[in-house]
Design a protein around this ligand. Structure first.
Ligand code: ACO
Length: 381
């Protein structure tokens, strides 16, 4: 009796590998629900601390719960000496920002004697310290000393403060919170799946998050916004848009910030971030850049339909991420790490869910190698 060969599904496209209450992605309708809320409603209203509480506890906090949660998070808002030492060494080697974040995140496994050894502590420390790690590394690479964090500021405002040394305005903080809320969770994307696979082996939270950072680094996932913005800068003027994009597509290159495995209509996150970017640029920014980006988007979508008919390649989240983060004064090197500052909350929420599910994730493979080989001793090869 022969055993049936299971079907191989490249890229696991369409495979359902988890149940989650965290987010629902409808790629045909262009709808994203975060813990029961339409993205458009929650992203523009919640603080990032409220969003984190919602994902971890499945309810919005009341005033007291929020104050307690903010205080618990802020208590981890300091980088131990060993984390700073590692970042200094990485800065000397000019290590990639995502590599520096992954290495520094792993130091959270080194507990000081007064810190409890439990994964809820690790979860809080990871979320609280991600912005500190990124900002410290940015300053070290630029030959500046990291600034001491401020526990009186919100999670988002403290990040901007640590980068620039000045307290951000209300508009800047709101724009960053809207961004962080928008990208906090998105179904079973590659980095979240990575985190779930790692935690499903009963490994630990820091390992799950460090692995997820590695998955997010790639340009097909979290590494696209930098190149998306570079493209707008290279175009420079609306008149250059069509020849520039046409030439790229003729060369068979991909346009960063367009196309998505799940969305076959416009990514709803692009709308939320496009609106947030518009408000930010109106309150003091390069409005010409904003107008150019809108134009590039229109031309790109039209030419993608011409060159890849029927593939429904639309604007994804990364295009407006680039514009929004640039408007906040962030350099492109910080785009992917800032994505991680948000997504770490989703990774951890998924890891908690996966632990509750309690089953190791272990798919199968189809063997395509040779059979019936016979051992040949070294002297006869
Ligand atoms: N520009 C040009 N052509 C594209 C693009 C693009 N951005 N995206 C897909 N295509 C083409 C492919 O070349 C392929 O063409 P073919 O059928 O003639 O070979 C077809 O469209 C289908 O593409 P796939 O690679 O099968 O689509 P998949 O679902 O595997 O990929 C992905 C999705 C990786 C996001 C892809 O659209 C891409 O590379 N986009 C650019 C990078 C990017 O913006 N990444 C961020 C994604 S959002 C996020 O992860 C947070």
């Amino acid at each position: 009796m022969t055993t049936a060969t299971p079907d191989y599904i490249p890229g696991l496209q369409g495979v359902v590998a988890a149940e989650t209450r965290l987010s629902s992605v409808d790629g045909q309708l262009g709808e994203l629900i975060i813990a029961g809320f339409p993205l458009e409603e929650i992203a523009e209203n919640a603080t990032f601390e409220e969003m984190t509480y919602l994902l971890w506890y499945d309810t919005l906090p009341d005033r007291q719960q929020l104050a307690d949660f903010r205080a618990r998070l802020a208590a981890y808002r300091a980088l131990p000496g060993h984390t700073l030492d590692l970042l200094r060494a990485a800065a000397e080697q000019q290590a990639d920002f995502m590599d520096a974040l992954r290495m520094a995140a792993s130091t959270i496994s080194l507990r000081t004697p007064d810190e409890p050894d439990d994964e809820y502590r690790d979860a809080l420390a990871l979320v609280a310290r991600f912005p500190l790690i990124v900002a410290a590394y940015w300053r070290l690479v630029n030959k500046q000393e990291p600034l001491p964090p401020r526990t009186d500021l919100s999670h988002a405002a403290n990040y901007l403060y640590l980068l620039n040394g000045t307290e951000p305005g209300v508009e800047q903080t709101r724009a960053l919170e809207t961004y962080l809320n928008t990208v906090v969770d998105h179904g079973l994307n590659a980095s979240t799946f990575t985190a779930r696979v790692i935690i499903s082996t009963q490994s630990d939270m820091v390992s799950a998050v460090a692995g997820a950072v590695g998955a997010l680094k790639g340009p097909l996932h979290g590494g696209a916004p930098g190149p998306a913005l570079d493209m707008v800068f290279e175009i420079g003027d609306a008149a250059n848009t069509e020849p520039y994009i046409r030439a790229k597509l003729e060369r068979g290159e991909r346009l960063m910030g367009f196309g998505h495995r799940v969305y076959k209509v416009r990514d709803p996150r692009a709308d939320v971030l496009g609106r947030a970017a518009e408000i930010l640029y109106q309150t003091g920014g390069d409005s010409k850049l904003y107008a150019l980006a809108r134009h590039v988007e229109q031309v790109a979508v039209a030419l993608l339909e011409e060159y890849k008919p029927g593939r429904n390649l639309q604007t994804n989240v990364e295009f407006y991420t680039a514009l929004l983060l640039h408007g906040l004064g962030l350099p492109t090197a910080l785009f992917s790490p800032t994505f991680a500052i948000s997504r770490v909350v989703g990774w951890i929420a998924h890891a908690f869910e996966q632990q509750a599910a309690g089953r190791i994730i272990r798919p199968q493979s189809v063997y395509t190698g040779t059979r019936n080989r016979r051992w040949v001793p070294l002297e006869r090869r």
